[in-house]
Design a protein around this ligand. Sequence first.
Ligand SMILES: Cc1cc2nc3c(=O)[nH]c(=O)nc-3n(C[C@H](O)[C@H](O)[C@H](O)COP(=O)(O)OP(=O)(O)OC[C@H]3O[C@@H](n4cnc5c(N)ncnc54)[C@H](O)[C@@H]3O)c2cc1C
Length: 413
Amino acid sequence: MSLIDRADVVIIGAGAAGTGAARHLSGSGLNTVLLEALPRAGGRSWTRTMGGTTVDLGCGWLHSGDRNPWTRIAGELGFVVDRRQSAWQVQFRDLGFSPSERAEANDAFERWNDRVANDPPATDIAADALDLAGEWTAYLQALSGFISGDELERISCRDYAAYDQASTDNNWRVPAGYGTLVSAAMPADVPVHLSTSVKSIELDGSRIVLRTPSGTLRARAVIVTASTNVIAGDAIRWPSALDAWRDAARRLPLGSNEKLFLEIVGSSPFEDESHLLGNPRDASTGSYYIRPFGQPVIECFLGGAGARVVAEHGTDVGFVRAIDQLATLFGNDIRRNLRPLIASDWTRTPSIGGAYSHALPGQADARSVLAQPYDNRLFFAGEATHRTDFSTAHGAFQSGVRAANEAMAALAD
Ligand SMILES: Cc1cc2nc3c(=O)[nH]c(=O)nc-3n(C[C@H](O)[C@H](O)[C@H](O)COP(=O)(O)OP(=O)(O)OC[C@H]3O[C@@H](n4cnc5c(N)ncnc54)[C@H](O)[C@@H]3O)c2cc1C
């Protein structure tokens, strides 16, 4: 598809932030165009259905569901929202993690969480809030991998606490898939050009010139929603005036998180809506969500060190490790019941480059720097620009609405 060569507003990226911006600009009278590098919309929201089984390779949980704008949009678009509590606190049949060990590990987490919020170390390094020689350090590193995608040594206490204090702990789901919901929410009147990667952003008088392999676009305003690893990387050529934004993106790197899905075949002990932490003493452990919505599948969630193994050695190695871990808990016969189904590959997807952003120690303020408009014509959205709801699809959506508002106000001037 060739591009029209002029637009009032161009949105770069069709993820949750780009969708939020497009919905807000829809019907505004501004000629808006959306450019997306991937051959599909949704970005880090991506639902796949195979043989009747529906899984989310990216976001799956409507965190803070009671105040999450996607809950409202789901209602408007006729999607069912499942409001049951997640099974994360369940350890299926207490396998490999007894109730007393769980209580101890949870106490260690609460002590760490309390220090991070109320008595943070001067270094702002989340690892410096750990118990000295604590028995549950590997467990807390595993949780850090799931929550932030990286080790506690690289996490800012102030950034982590800002999210934690704003979150409501209501984690809901859409059985049709979070990715399906995000894609369905794209307004019909904003043209979306898929497989159209922006290669350079140039400032030309009062206009912004975007070059893509399908043509060149001149815009009055541009909303950038690409991830921090993309903004900091070399895939797009930026004007030097944007150096401070790219520097802020570098201070908010994406962590590593991947999901591997195992199909359950034959008769097996796995029960609907149950959960297992593979090995609470291994920082690279998988977290296994068993038979979500009663489907014959196990979602293995990896974070930090565990996810980096997949990025470095490939998904086949990830599947072998996940099946080995389950065989340790259930016995070798369980291997007959498990088949690799599908896996994410976020870190190696060039237009994404990782999972979700976290601030490095001392760098929580970088979120506000990244969220600043440049010269009232270049606006930044995306999960990393949200001060409290970063790393989520609802934070991304809200950032898109915020950037669209800024662009509309600037163009009205
Ligand atoms: C494994 C995993 C699990 C997660 N779980 C949850 C969860 O349960 N709940 C939750 O709320 N969040 C979760 N998240 C985080 C959530 O998915 C993201 O925070 C959110 O989707 C980010 O949206 P975004 O619009 O900011 O960025 P993106 O979704 O990355 O959208 C940006 C878009 O820009 C495009 N783009 C980049 N460069 C260019 C270019 N040069 N030209 C054109 N287009 C470009 C990209 O292809 C992409 O589609 C998870 C993420 C991962 C990876």
